[in-house]
Write a protein that binds this ligand. Sequence first.
Ligand code: X8Z
Ligand code: ZN
Length: 661
Amino acid sequence: MTHRADPARPLRRLAPRPTGRGWALAALVAIACSPSAPLTPSPPAPTGSDAPLAAGDGQTTPTGPATVEEAVRFAADVDQGLRKVLTEQMRADWINQTYITGDTDLLAADAKDAQMAFITQKIKDSVRYKDLQGLPPDVARQLTLLRRGTELPAPNDAKERRELADLGVDMNSRYGKGKPCSETLKRFKKAKAADKGAKSAPEPPCFTVGELSAILEDKSATFEERAEAWRAWRTISVPMRKQYERFVELGNKGAKDIGYKDLGELWRSRYDLTPAELEADVERLWQQVKPLYDDLHCYARTRLQKKWGKDKIADGAPLPAHVFGNMWSQAWGGIYADLEPYPGQASLDVTKGLEKKRLDAKGMVKLGEAFFTSLGLMPLPATFWERSMFVEPKDREVVCHASAWDLTYAGDVRIKMCTKVNEEDLITVHHELGHDYYFLYYNKLPILFQDGANDGFHEGIGDTLALSVTPGYLADLGILKAAPSNDKAEMNVLMGRALDKVAFLPFGLMIDKWRWDVFSGKTPPTQYNKAWWDLVLKYQGIVPPAPRSEADFDPGAKYHVPANVPYLRYFLAHVYQFQFHRALCKASGYTGPLHKCSIYKSDVAGKKLAAMLSMGASQPWPEAMKALSGESKADAGALIEYFAPLQAWLKEQNKGQKCGW
Ligand code: X8Z
Ligand code: ZN
């Protein structure tokens, strides 16, 4: 994957790396109880074959009326069994994703099959204790979490379960190995190499998602070449269409077997709210942020019209998906140069600073760790440094999408990244370390509590710290020459942030809107692609740059769909992280404008953060939110406050424009 240094690009996270499963798939494990007093005995993690309770070992279900003692024992047994099946799955997945072959696909599918069998059986067994009175709260919470924890319950039938496991692994690996070919793009690359005086190697004209993404943000790529890169990537998912259809059928069967209407209802049941309440809450948050997105969209259109001409970017029309420098138009930092409010106002080229410091991938991760330890958090364990994958291996296929891993639920945490020394990856490093720190701080809890307060919390921790990776902080480290010192430079910085954070919001929402409708049957397979583009248009105001039809399967070209990672979490995280940031800034004694705050070196902020992380999923998420911020509701007010100066500026810029699409 190629990445150019991009002069004067402010703090931004680039196109998300290709793919990433990581912790998310292990998340049977969801939420709740006090970290200090787990009532369920939580013995050391058995990871070997001598584990006291073999997973899925078919213990006979007790007969007669259920008792509290029996339920407590059940929860303890589940804890041990889960440690075993999940650790086995994690190990198989780690090997599979860092060395994709037919063999490792099989090993991963075996482990997934065993994990699904165990969890689905235990969910069914737990029904016996559902209405039992007098359970210790910790045990009741664990059983609740067990029932809603898995994102992929298996159907009763063993053959169907195996089929589901195989489908999941196959789609994931297919995505990881995706390398579409294009003669047009080969010519583009050749011409580019010739311009630089280099000979391009006579390789097959096929490209990874990283390479295609690089073309999307390459200043020398034409409108048409970008459209070709965009189109080419979407050929990899065509064969997934049938697979996905079957995957939905089987996943729904599994969900029904454990009492949910469909898989989407199960996914929406994981937020300590009813599915209907969750949907209403998400809509409330979306309405809070939509005006800001609309302002940004309107401004982007004007600037893109200047770049590409009104024949390509029409007045009042939605924008084509391939002009945002990102394969999914989900983060727009890749075209910062085209949207920069005041060109040349400040030297914000972080990539150049990192290169100057001669930091390598590990050095970037060290820098990330240093932020966490500056807050008084623990250093990462030695095994993290020994076992993580920091760079893309040259000799084998891997899943490059960045991810964080907790292999044993007892301290063997890692990251897997094809790290490049650039600004985007510096931010991604913080994101991934956020997951690892969560793992480390809650790993004394029963395994069912070893999860984020909800999945949006897990996604939001690293991002929260990354909001403190300000130009001021980077200038202190000598990575930037100086922090911006005037309003214009400030506006540039804020725009850089908004291109990643604000642009992402509708995308973060629409993916699962699509899946919820697919799972419920509202969107039948004959309308998979149409429904997808209807939502992209409605929420993002974006249209495909090439004709689409039901022969395509564009959702499959976004990693989280074939990998079956729920996506609402990222929308929530984008709201929470500003709420967390505001709370931690306040705790650290900061009183200035939110977008300039950095909590670097704040012990007080670190303590608050650690306290929340240690709660894991032991209590409903509003409790965790309260522990950190004193607020018990999600609120996009902090995001709006953060971007207030930018929004005022956008409104000025958009005067006289007909916004919307
Ligand atoms: O997948 C990720 C992380 C791993 S949890 C790199 N993200 C989403 C994406 O890439 O689409 C982070 C932001 C959104
Ligand atoms: Zn993540």
